[in-house]
Design a protein around this ligand. Structure first.
Ligand SMILES: [Zn+2]
Length: 315
């Protein structure tokens, strides 16, 4: 059987929140089977916790925020993306602020942090959500859709009327059976437009944003001196975000995710639509043989892949 996973050791790091600009300490802790991904605010009396689920998403404007009426945790998507890609089912994420640190704007720091904690298998079966029928949300010219598929494939298209966004680099399709999350997605950074950044700052947001943790564009060009990490880094970051947003479901998905101009809002609405349509998917555990039968992704071979990629990055 494919088993649930957690981390072996507690690990921590410190960074700033993209929006709050606050310095935050984040601690990843091992958790028991069936625990799920849980966030905890250490800086609030009673240390309130929240388990990821689509209904816990309270805000999707600039990032995905989880919360209740009493507390919130912003910008969970990049960490969630790294947890999804490393196949971690059970973990307690403690933090002493209201926002997950942005690190370098991608997921690679979280991948390294999780790896340093050592991913271990537990004894209970891992459960997957298998998509059996089309589930879709359409909003004007945007859409997000699940379709049945043997494996996990993400197909994303963006469309920004900006000279730095070349039309041939606006669509990417990644089949995670063949393609590696670490190589193809993990280093893609978040991006923002200078005019927007100025507006956000005047509203007390994007305080932690800089060329160190985001690709910043003015009206004509990319302002980062070193340019892009992938020629189509923007759409790859949207895939990174989507993988994180979808993992808020609490289960890895077996199916195809197709999105056109989607974002945190549409990604979350699609999960809520999935929950409403209980006849269009099932929860199942899988045997090791199913890895090939379902074209299961690199996400399940991650230890091997992590070692290879980490070595490559260190060279
Ligand atoms: Zn993002």
């Amino acid at each position: 059987m494919i088993l649930q996973r957690t981390i072996q050791n507690e690990v921590s790091t410190v960074g700033v929140g993209l929006h709050t600009g606050e310095k935050v300490k984040i601690i990843l802790c091992p958790a028991s089977e069936g625990h799920g991904v849980v966030f905890q605010r250490d800086d609030i009396t009673g240390q309130p916790k929240i388990t990821v689920n689509p209904q816990a998403v309270t805000e999707t404007k600039l990032c995905s925020t989880l919360g209740t009426k009493d507390f919130s945790i912003a910008t969970v998507e990049h960490l969630m993306s790294a947890l999804s890609a490393t196949g971690v089912d059970n973990i307690l994420v403690r933090l002493d602020g209201s926002e997950i640190p942005i690190m370098d704007g991608s997921a690679i720091s979280f991948i390294h942090l999780i790896k340093s904690a050592v991913i271990i298998e537990q004894t209970k079966e891992k459960e997957f959500v298998v998509i059996n029928d089309v589930i879709e949300i359409v909003d004007g010219d945007k859409f997000a859709r699940f379709e049945p598929y043997k494996g996990f494939l993400v197909d994303f298209t963006i469309d920004f009327p900006h000279p730095a966004f070349k039309s041939n680099d606006s669509q990417v399709s990644i089949d995670f059976f063949k393609d590696s999350y670490i190589d193809e997605i993990s280093r893609a950074r978040t991006f923002g437009f200078m005019q927007e950044v100025e507006y956000l700052r005047s509203n007390g947001l994007a305080r932690g944003g800089s060329l160190e943790n985001a690709i910043v564009l003015d009206e004509y060009k990319i302002l980062n001196e070193d340019g892009l990490r992938y020629k189509d880094e923007f759409v790859r970051h949207k895939i990174l975000d989507a993988i994180g947003d979808l993992y808020i479901l609490g289960y890895p998905i077996i199916g195809k995710f197709i999105a056109h101009k989607s974002g945190h809002d549409l990604n979350n609405r699609l999960l809520r639509e999935l929950i409403k349509n209980r006849d269009k998917w099932k929860v199942t555990s899988l045997s090791i043989d199913d890895i090939d039968r379902h074209n299961l992704s690199s996400f399940l071979k991650i230890n091997e892949e992590l070692n290879r990629s980490t070595q490559k990055n260190l060279q």
